[in-house]
Design a protein around this ligand. Structure first.
Ligand SMILES: [Zn+2]
Length: 392
């Protein structure tokens, strides 16, 4: 599948620009036309960290005319092992300003726009609307889903990448032409299941491998050349030195870009991705199930005791068949434990998996080691199993 160029060409290149970009200009597939499109392009990089560093540097060198940078953090010494857009003298400085200075040093013809803010539901659409293409260099699931959802809602393509230890992944998500991130990953992993780079580490140079794929795809989309990485997931294993790719299909049941979407506007991403205590995170690790697993157990007539730990008002709005309502507070007070059966598998759920993870920690420490919880809560259940029911 080849796609038309994302942007129209600029009127002309200056003599200085022709000199600078000459090695692009003599590639037939780029040429004057492609370079003028890059000049006219507006690309936003979310994050100036591990992936944002190589992405911004190569986008700048390539002659992308306008580069936006979303970043609120400051440069820490532990960043320098991989975030090569910053240097020793930048420690303690604003990452956005440090990145801008490096971009300007690489290519003074680039117009740099700084968004020194944390991307959130209140500002993401306004920021994204100013750009042709987004490069996602975020390192957490809440922002990742926020980027995806905003891009889909605005009809913008974005180039996604992720890195962990020796492994990286990249793809282009553009709901108009293929799947979105939610088609690939409908639910955020249970809180505590996937450690961040800060917890798990990352090989510094891996950022360059994945960032380079992202920039390559960005240039192809902007200039309308080659086969974009739409509908394909690139998986890189640095230890084996293997790149492989898998097809990603658009999911007709996708909550966001599917035929009957249940997510029609931005949501609470911290709740969706789970923000829970260390105890709850530890309890959820290995004791988290999906809506499909729960449905399977119900269909198989497994002997389970399903407990809804939300409040009565929430239970009234929507509930899962067979669930017994015992609010979280009753567990924290201790008076709900005597109602827990010894001979059945206990399955907890709440709205999005945060409260049930907390209760799970209480149950585990009270000796109910088999107890599990529904990671995505009743919201995940409705999205996947009973889409006719309301969500709130
Ligand atoms: Zn989708």
């Amino acid at each position: 599948m080849s796609l038309p160029p994302l942007v129209e060409p600029a009127a002309e290149l200056t003599v200085d620009e022709v000199r600078r970009y000459s090695r692009h200009l003599i590639i037939p597939d780029v040429g004057m036309d492609g370079q003028k499109r890059l000049k006219n392009a507006k690309v936003l990089c979310v994050g100036a960290g591990g992936l944002g560093s190589p992405a911004l540097m190569y986008l700048a060198a390539a002659g992308v005319g306008t580069l936006g940078i979303v970043e609120f953090d400051t440069v820490d010494e532990s960043n320098l092992q991989r975030q090569i857009i910053h240097g020793q003298a930048d420690i303690g400085r604003s990452k956005a300003e440090s990145a801008r200075d490096s971009v300007k040093e690489i290519n003074p013809y680039v117009n740099v726009i700084l968004h020194e803010t944390r991307l959130d539901v209140d500002n993401v659409k306004e920021i994204f609307a100013q750009y042709d293409l987004i490069v996602d260099g975020t390192d957490n699931f809440a922002t990742r889903y926020l980027v995806n959802d905003a891009a889909v809602l605005l009809g913008k393509p974005y180039v996604w990448g992720s890195i962990y230890r020796f492994d990286g992944q990249a793809s282009v998500f553009w709901a108009e032409h293929g799947p979105c991130y939610r088609c690939l990953y409908p639910e955020a992993p249970p809180p505590g299941m996937v450690p961040s780079c800060a917890e798990g580490g990352v090989l510094g140079v891996l950022c360059a491998s994945i960032g380079a794929i992202q920039v390559t795809e960005a240039i192809k989309l902007l200039a309308g050349i080659g086969e974009p990485l739409v509908g394909r997931l690139m998986i890189y294993d640095a230890l084996e030195m293997q790149y492989r790719q898998v097809k990603v299909r658009k999911d007709p049941d996708c909550a966001l870009c599917g035929e009957n979407p249940t997510v029609t506007d931005l949501i609470d991403y911290d709740a969706f991705c789970g923000v829970v205590s260390d105890e709850a995170q530890a309890a959820a690790l290995g004791s988290t199930i999906t809506p499909k697993q729960l449905k399977q157990w119900q269909d198989d007539k497994e002997d389970i005791f399903l407990v809804d730990v939300r409040e009565p008002g929430e239970y009234e709005i929507v509930n899962i068949p067979g669930a017994t309502l015992i609010p979280k507070g009753d567990f924290l007070m201790g008076n709900a434990l005597e109602r827990m059966p010894q001979d059945k598998k206990i399955v907890l759920h709440c709205k999005t998996g945060v409260r049930s993870a907390e209760v799970l920690a209480v149950l585990h420490s009270a000796g109910f080691a088999d107890a599990v919880h529904l990671g995505s809560g009743v919201i995940g259940w409705v999205n996947q199993i009973e889409p006719e029911k309301p969500v709130y």
